[in-house]
Design a protein around this ligand. Structure first.
Ligand SMILES: [Zn+2]
Length: 167
């Protein structure tokens, strides 16, 4: 198989059916466009203009993208873990979630650490504020993140993907 673009840090366009996968790619730090507003032609055009990899589970969209010279990846019906494994294998995606390198799963914005925790007063529950020292905020939508209980699930999924990649 030819080396299809194992560039260091590819950006993606993810089709409408793959919202969960889009959030994961953002969490793993990849610039990932996901929106229900563009139709198939526009998705292809946008992928081409921005040199993004179009990730889809739609055979027709995939074929059309390939005909237009857009890099595309067709995903089979499969679990999230297996799909992430395919992406990791194909594009050398690093399977490590570091909040400071993540993108906002909600809007794809860049995330920065909050230096002045006073600014978070009233924006996160006071219990969370008193038990966490590090917080991050999205530059675009202002959503606040911290390493809470859900983090265990994120780490568990990442571990499962890694295991499925080990022969
Ligand atoms: Zn955001």
């Amino acid at each position: 198989m030819p080396d299809i673009g194992k560039e260091r840090h590819p950006a993606f366009v993810v089709d409408q059916m793959l919202g969960e996968l889009a959030r994961w790619l953002r969490l793993l730090g990849h610039d990932t466009y996901y929106s229900k507003e563009l139709n198939d032609d526009e998705l292809i055009e946008y992928s081409k203009e921005e040199n993004r990899v179009l990730v889809t589970c739609d055979q027709r969209l995939y074929s059309r993208a390939m005909r237009k010279g857009v890099r595309a990846l067709l995903l089979r019906p499969d679990s999230l873990v297996n799909r992430l494994a395919v992406l990791a294998r194909t594009y050398g995606i690093e399977l490590r979630v570091k909040p400071e390198d993540s993108r906002c799963p909600l809007c794809n914005g860049e995330i920065r650490e909050v230096s002045d925790l006073v600014k978070l007063d009233g924006r996160v529950p006071s219990k969370v504020l008193s038990t966490n020292r590090k917080f991050w905020v999205c530059n675009s939508c202002n959503h606040v993140y911290w390493v809470g209980g859900h983090w265990r699930n994120i780490a568990k999924t990442v571990d499962e993907v890694k295991r499925s990649l080990t022969p």
